[in-house]
Ligand binder design. Structure first.
Ligand SMILES: [Zn+2]
Length: 485
């Protein structure tokens, strides 16, 4: 398990955080990490793996001299990475899908990333039996390394890539019942086939593209209104019996001292209960809710939802940040309640919270590796179906599911209404500077609402509202999953 520590200094003003600096900083850490690979070994849960995974470890070199690096496969057996040997005996790592699986499958030169990195131990070892080895020996061939079958779907990955098109952003698709990662896309991306040639250019690129950064796990973004899921849970903890009695009249904005929170585009939402506040994504109502919740309740919820903490991921990732600090001004509390200010979250983390809601409150351990097999199809290891942690009670998950269903039925995700499947979710339009047009478009949700099978989190950088730009992308992925269109 690895993580990147983000030591960015957070300021306590109420201005939204600036993702450009976050991205730049994350890029810095990515490159720092790549540089560090020269000196340090990967950490791993198994000491033996840790030992072998050291790039400069003699044992690894010996293994690569004996064994050809194994294949990485999709859940359906499509080859995502393989090693071909030319006539001169030179081994070349091939990635048939090019950019499409760039961040998730990763690369095996210039350091390692993605599945190539955390499944390295298996890829360079071989589990074939002695008789097989003798057969390869007689042909003077290297032994085939073990193959890694992932949980990834080529179909969904392709749909995600096309849906995000040339926009910067990320999409994470998981199965909430098993924790399987079905697709993960981050853009801009790179072609792992030409990574060695392109490497220097990426390092020298001073733009915000950060092609090597896996935005799905390493990108930290202001969550905007998707964070109202968190604030709602804090409110439900304090009002388990009377949350339905909540009322608020939205006049388009709410002020506390010098701080004013406005609803999106200054809209006045009028008389609201909790469900309507959520469905309409009323900032004024949620600022009001945030101010009503005790600091300790809020921070307990943040802890339960794994903010400021480790996440169960094999990927390189950034820790999400959210805290109700001591002596926080009312303005800052209002910002916290609507997912602005110093709060920052990765798309993968938002997907985990959403998946837990979809799975009656329990987060299944997210995983990309389904099975390890030898070249002659003997199973070495299988993964999956492991509970990681209960993030909330079953009743809380049920209420949040109902609230997220109303977002589709009566609120900001209406583009998912009236389809052959019932979706549930939350949109977000996360502002990242004072100009009102600058917002990241978010959607996080699942379907079918009554028996969730697929959980999708989308962020499109600097696109506009979540309802207009992230929901249609999620719809394309849902449609593909349910075999529509
Ligand atoms: Zn409002």
């Amino acid at each position: 398990m690895r993580e990147m520590r983000d030591t960015r200094r957070t300021t306590r003003n109420t201005r939204p955080s600036r993702p450009t600096s976050i991205i730049v900083l994350s890029v810095f850490y990515t490159f720092l990490f790549a540089a560090m690979l020269v000196y340090i070994s990967y950490s791993s849960t198994v000491n033996k793996q840790k030992y072998i995974n050291n790039n400069y470890n003699t044992r690894q070199k010996i293994l690569l001299a004996q064994n050809t690096r194994g294949k990485i496969l999709s859940r359906d057996g499509d080859v995502l990475a393989c090693t071909e040997t030319d006539k001169k005996g030179k081994e070349v790592r091939k990635y048939p899908y090019g950019n499409e699986f760039a961040h998730i499958v990763g690369y095996a030169s210039n350091g390692k990333a993605g599945v190539e990195s955390f499944a390295n131990y298996y890829l360079i070892n071989t589990g074939i039996d002695l008789a097989e080895k003798v057969s390869y020996d007689s042909k003077k061939q290297k032994y085939p390394g073990d193959d890694v079958t992932t949980t990834l779907s080529v179909k969904l990955q392709e749909v995600c890539c096309k849906a995000l098109s040339s926009r910067r952003g990320a999409i994470v698709v998981t199965d909430p019942k098993t924790g399987e990662v079905l697709a993960m896309v981050s853009k801009p991306d790179f072609d792992p086939n030409t990574i060695e040639k392109d490497w220097k250019g990426f390092l020298e690129d001073k733009s915000d593209n950060a092609n090597l950064l896996n935005r799905a796990t390493q990108g930290l973004y202001p969550p905007g209104s998707t964070f109202k899921i968190v604030t709602s849970l804090a409110y439900l903890r304090e009002h388990p019996k009377d949350y339905e009695d909540y009322t608020f009249t939205c006049k388009g904005r709410v002020s506390e001292g010098d701080n004013t929170i406005s609803c999106y585009h200054g809209e006045k939402h009028g008389s609201l209960d909790l469900y309507k506040s959520f469905a309409k994504s009323c900032n004024s109502s949620y600022a009001n809710i945030g101010l009503s919740v005790k600091q300790s309740t809020y921070n307990d919820v943040l802890k339960d939802l794994m903010f400021n903490d480790r996440l169960p991921e094999d990927f390189l990732y950034s820790r999400s940040k959210a805290k109700y600090k001591d002596n926080m001004s009312k303005g800052d509390v209002m910002q916290l309640a609507i997912g602005q200010g110093a709060t920052a979250v990765s798309p993968m983390h938002m997907n985990m919270i959403t998946a837990a809601i979809a799975n009656n409150g329990t987060l299944m351990k997210p995983h990309v590796i389904k099975q390890i097999t030898t070249a002659d199809n003997k199973i070495v290891e299988s993964y999956g179906g492991e509970e990681y942690k209960r993030l909330m009670s079953e009743e809380e998950a049920r209420i949040l599911t109902e609230m997220m269903t109303q977002v589709v039925e009566k609120g900001t995700a209406s583009k998912l209404k009236g389809l052959s499947y019932t979706a549930a979710g939350k949109t977000g339009s996360a502002e990242f500077n004072s100009s009102k047009s600058d917002s990241h478009a978010w959607f996080t949700g699942f379907a079918p609402a009554e028996d969730p099978q697929i959980c999708i989190t989308v962020i499109v950088e600097d696109a506009g509202s979540g309802g207009s730009f992230a929901v249609p992308i999620a719809k394309r992925v849902f449609d593909a999953y349910f075999g529509i269109g």
